[in-house]
Design a protein. Structure first.
Length: 219
């Protein structure tokens, strides 16, 4: 299987639809382009359902394999990222059911108590340092699951209410309510800092690990 120049400008400019067309025509190596485009998105989404890193990577791999197997079913009614997110969420929920590790969501009051343990006024800075990044990630992780996933999709991934509605199969009004509640649970300072691109970063080594596993499976 030949290697695609992921960092090549021409490759970056190709639409998802064009990349998908090439994969479906038999050029399986082009699936790597889609994976590298959406690894961080999928990681952030699945992290909304699991805090165990090994489990997250396993779920990501299964989601990509299922996406590859069903790629000919993608009709473009929604964006590819939305379609992939739905598959990722389904895999995450399936894993939760299979492992029977259902954890009762903490009620809002308990989540609020934990969040209040964070500094009330973070020091002013243009870029989030590693210590502050850890505090931000911890605060987001402490949100109840139904609020956390909406927050991640909207604030970190930039999806609008309609797209989130499609991903989670809930109404747009419900999305607004959950997002409002998530924001209330988080400090205003943490909300602004959480938009920094470094939050929940999916590093190169981990990105390569997932890509290599899936590409080996689909050969």
């Amino acid at each position: 299987m030949k290697v695609i120049g992921i960092k090549n400008e021409a490759t970056r400019q190709l639409s998802d639809q064009e990349v998908i067309r090439r994969v479906l025509s038999g050029e399986k190596e082009w699936f790597e382009v889609l994976m590298r485009r959406y690894n961080r998105t999928l990681y952030r989404v699945i992290r909304g359902y699991s805090r165990f890193e090994n489990e997250i990577e396993d779920i990501m791999q299964e989601a990509y394999l299922h996406a590859f197997e069903r790629l000919d079913q993608f009709r473009g009614a929604a964006t590819f990222s939305t379609w992939l997110i739905r598959i990722g969420i389904n895999e995450a929920l399936k894993e939760k059911r299979k492992s029977k590790q259902f954890i009762l969501e903490e009620d809002d009051s308990e989540a609020r108590k934990k969040i209040k343990l964070l500094p009330d006024t973070p020091p002013p800075m243009n870029k989030v340092n590693p210590e502050m990044q850890l505090l931000i990630e911890k605060a987001i992780d402490q949100l109840p699951e139904k609020y956390k996933i909406v927050f991640v999709l909207h604030e970190l991934e930039g999806l609008d209410h309609s797209e989130i509605s499609q991903c989670l199969d809930i109404s747009a009004s419900n999305v607004k309510v959950r997002l409002h509640r998530a924001r209330k649970l988080l400090k205003d300072e943490l909300l602004s800092l959480s938009r920094d691109a470094s939050v929940f970063e999916f590093g190169n080594a981990r990105c390569d690990k997932v890509v290599n596993f899936v590409m080996q499976r689909i050969r």
